[in-house]
Design a protein around this ligand. Structure first.
Ligand code: HEM
Length: 400
């Protein structure tokens, strides 16, 4: 594995990329949860339209949430993908090559799935025909297949001692990459299943968000909040089952099952489930959704602890990665993150948040106008610095 590392080394200490990988993955999976949960609920509500107008409305709203959510989960998947490739390149590439056809199929199935979801989105209105639901089912099924591919690629990367056997079973080289060689069902079901409580806490936040808008039906919002509470309650409690199954499936020699972190996730799920059972008025606002993100963050760290424990006895430790410090590029990276991510991203988020809470036309408040001016300036500086940096380096290299 160490021989397969990038000989160019990395530009900053490995823990920097490790931390960025864990943090960005938490955001990726949070949007996986939101989108899969919204898609599942949109389909369920679609088939429940005969139970009243609230269900029709909910189905249309959740279809939109999933539509936007998938685009964000894809974008937010890129960051951990890049960071994984920086410090775990031997494992990630080997795993991808060993299941090459699936790695490619991932892209095409995601394309088909997302297009199908759009067809459903376009046809899901008050008088939609029942068969429109077929597109939604196809999309959700393929999204789940994509999650399974992502899982197998992540999990195979933890099992280097099996790679030779997958590459050349019985001594005969098999270059087809036609199989998903290893699946840990408990881990997959847990991570995907957390979509259920996630959509529950999202509904609670959704009802709170629109509660200030006079043009929104109060009964519909109360319906959404109560439904969210029920879904979250059962979602958290049922998630304990695959979480425990995963805990007991961890290799005994790794000592992982003795670490408090994994058990703290079990505890957190139980606490969240119990909290959601409290009377309606004690469960509202954005707090349940924020607390849920806490569980997702614990999960992100736990995955990384597991990876380190699997790989260390086999002689792989990211801390021994060759580092060739490159301060200017790291500075550019972090300034971009703070400037573009913080100010430009902050503008979009604030603008969307504020404008959605106003019925009719929205006039930007001073804060939003101030942020907009800041975002424009940051973009100007960023484009100039980025180009200037590139031009200077190119010129310097061509004269050396
Ligand atoms: C519907 C589409 C997707 C679903 C359902 C999905 C789901 C998942 C799941 C369940 C995991 C965790 C696997 C595990 O730890 O066992 C995961 C990990 C990951 N996903 Fe996604 N994902 C999707 C799309 C994407 C896309 C488009 C990208 C990249 C552009 C991406 C990048 C990643 C990365 C980098 C990891 C972590 C790999 C690692 O740590 O080794 N995902 N995803």
């Amino acid at each position: 594995m160490n021989a397969m590392r990038d000989p160019a080394g990395i530009p900053a200490p490995p823990f920097v990329f490790q931390a960025l990988m864990v943090i960005t993955w938490a955001f990726h999976i949070a949007f996986v949860h939101l989108s899969m949960g919204a898609a599942g609920l949109a389909i369920y509500a679609f088939h429940s339209r005969s139970r009243g107008a609230h269900w029709t409305r909910l189905s249309m709203a959740m279809t939109k949430v999933a539509k936007v959510g998938v685009s964000l989960l894809i974008v937010l998947g890129v960051a951990p993908l890049l960071f994984t490739q920086v410090i775990y390149d031997p494992q990630w590439y080997t795993s991808n090559v060993l299941s090459g056809r699936w790695a490619l199929a991932f892209i095409f199935t995601l394309l088909v799935a997302y297009c199908s979801w759009y067809v459903f989105y376009a046809s899901n209105h008050e008088h939609a025909k029942r068969r429109a639901g077929c597109y939604a089912w196809i999309a959700l099924l393929l999204f789940c297949v994509d999650g399974l591919i992502m899982h197998a690629l992540s999990y195979q990367a933890l099992l280097p001692e099996k790679w030779m056997n997958w590459y050349a079973p019985g001594g005969v080289v098999d270059t087809r990459g036609a199989a998903l060689h290893a699946i840990e069902w408990a881990r997959y079901v847990l991570i995907m299943g957390l979509s259920v409580p996630a959509i529950g806490v999202f509904l609670i936040a959704y009802a709170h968000y629109f509660s200030v808008r006079g043009d929104r039906d109060v009964r519909y919002l109360a319906f959404a909040r109560e439904l969210g509470r029920q879904i979250a309650q059962w979602g958290f409690l049922f998630s304990i089952v695959p979480m425990l199954a995963w805990q007991f499936d961890l290799p005994p020699a790794s000592g992982l099952e003795l670490l408090p972190l994994g058990w703290s996730i079990v505890g957190a799920l139980a606490i969240m489930g119990a909290w959601m059972r409290l009377p309606g008025s004690s469960v509202q606002g954005y707090l349940p959704m924020t607390a849920n993100f806490g569980i997702v963050s614990l999960l992100a760290v736990w995955r990384e602890v597991i990876r380190m424990r699997y790989l260390k006895p086999l002689g792989y430790d990211i801390h021994s990665y060759t580092v060739h410090p490159d301060a200017p590029s790291m500075l550019l990276f972090f300034l971009t993150l703070a400037g573009i991510g913080g100010v430009v991203g902050g503008l979009y988020l604030t603008l969307l948040y504020r404008s959605g809470r106003v019925a009719g036309r929205y006039t930007a408040e001073p804060l939003v106008r101030y942020l907009a001016r800041g975002a424009l300036s940051v973009l100007g500086v960023w484009i100039t610095a980025f180009l200037a940096y590139g031009v200077v380096i190119s010129l310097r290299d061509s004269f050396n």
